[in-house]
Design a protein around this ligand. Structure first.
Ligand SMILES: Nc1ncnc2c1ncn2[C@@H]1O[C@H](COP(=O)(O)OP(=O)(O)O)[C@@H](O)[C@H]1O
Ligand SMILES: [Mg+2]
Length: 378
């Protein structure tokens, strides 16, 4: 029997727990053609939620364009990624895709192939004979053109939006801002995983996207919803679990969607068909999970500087609200000086291993934190 707990990719349908209020909020934002920044730590369910909201919009009324900026590293890949997303959103057949791609992007040469599901996908190359057309402008003008051509409202989602901070210049950010200001009828959702970066983007008056939209921090899923969801999944597969055990799971994962599903996965395995999950199995499931992840955790650990490891050990042990630059902390974790601590923090932020909260530095990966604690003293 298939394990009913899924973690890693986008979840939908039966694997999607609650988010009723968030779904309504985002739907309303789209209907009002707002510009919205949705942010949370990694793996909290942003992509799954937004995909669900997009999928539920009536097709005859909305053209939805989902753009994942994760693989982009500069203006060129931004342009190519957007062009691809727009073309594929507007065309479902190979012929139509080629036609759309050619009609809309004068300097890009499309070639179309089919993916493993037989759906046409497009890749673009540059037409070097026409270097004078400003590509970025052309791509950013797409929403308006698409709306006109399709006679639909347009919703644009840019996922992993913080990626544009990695680009060499802020041209994309600036042009995007001036574009969205002049597009009162288009809904935009900018979605990001690195909270401190996304917040900085719309709250720092020095940045181009400053106050260019409303913001929507996505939160954890409350225990009530997990109670129904988890109990349901066990029951459907001929196993049972008590509310007390589910409470204990939520205490460990804080109701974080990814970690909750990740922990339930081995827990379900440990319980035999027809059986009931005992409270002691949570500990076993956690150990199993840490053991399975240990190779990846070890590699990550090995890639860090000695001070970064010391700082992580400290943050893992002391928990939320740790003052990592304080003399006490620096001494206790042998960092030598607060500037060493600063360098370690910079490195770990860049590598996305820690994040800055109002309360201080945190390690978002709950299990990596537990793994670090389990290594303590070794
Ligand atoms: N609404 C949800 N219900 C159940 N599990 C969820 C939900 N949202 C996210 N998850 C879990 O979290 C994982 C990561 O979700 P994802 O949407 O990719 O997050 P993000 O885009 O914030 O990184 C999923 O694979 C799934 O295990
Ligand atoms: Mg995502």
């Amino acid at each position: 029997m298939r394990n009913p707990f899924q973690y890693g990719g986008v979840v939908s349908g039966e694997s999607f727990c609650n988010r009723t209020k968030e779904t309504v909020d985002l739907r309303r934002s789209v209907e009002n053609a707002e510009k919205l920044f949705v942010y949370s730590e990694r793996r909290l369910g942003k992509t799954s939620l937004i995909r669900k909201v997009l999928a539920e919009l009536p097709e005859e009324e909305y053209l939805t364009v989902y753009i994942d900026l994760w693989p982009t590293d500069g203006e060129t890949s931004f342009v190519l990624t957007c062009a691809k997303a727009f073309s594929e959103a507007m065309a479902t057949t190979t012929d139509k895709l080629l036609f759309t791609a050619k009609a809309f992007f004068s300097r890009l040469i499309p070639s179309v192939s089919a993916n493993e599901n037989g759906k046409p996908v497009v890749t673009f190359g540059f037409d070097k004979r026409r270097p004078d057309v400003p590509l970025l402008e052309e791509v950013l003008a797409m929403p308006a053109k698409a709306a006109e051509k399709e006679g639909k409202k347009v919703v644009i989602v840019m996922d992993e939006f913080q990626q544009i901070l990695e680009y060499e210049s802020d041209t994309v950010e600036r042009l995007l801002r001036s574009n969205i200001q002049h597009q009162p009828d288009m809904a935009y959702i900018f979605c990001g995983s690195r909270k401190h970066l996304i917040r900085q983007m719309f709250m720092d008056s020095q940045r181009p996207m400053y106050r260019s939209g409303a913001h929507y921090p996505l939160g954890l899923i409350a225990e009530d919803h997990w109670q129904t969801f988890i109990a349901g999944k066990f029951a459907e597969t001929g196993k049972s679990i008590s509310p007390e055990v589910i409470t204990a799971i939520c205490e460990l994962t804080e109701g974080h969607p990814f970690y909750t599903q990740h922990l339930c996965h081995p827990l379900w395995e440990l319980c035999e068909t027809g059986g009931e999950v005992g409270k002691d199995m949570i500990e076993q499931a956690k150990d199993l999970l840490l053991e399975r992840e240990s190779y990846a955790f070890m590699n990550l650990w090995d890639s860090l500087t000695i001070n970064a490891r010391r700082l992580l050990k400290g943050v893992a042990a002391e928990g939320a609200g740790t003052q990592v630059f304080s003399a006490d902390f620096v001494r206790k974790y042998q960092l030598g000086s607060s500037s060493n601590a600063q360098r370690a923090v910079d490195l770990l932020l860049k590598k996305d291993i820690i994040d800055k909260e109002e309360s201080g530095i945190v390690i978002p990966d709950r299990f990596f934190r537990l793994w670090i604690i389990s290594k303590q003293g070794q």
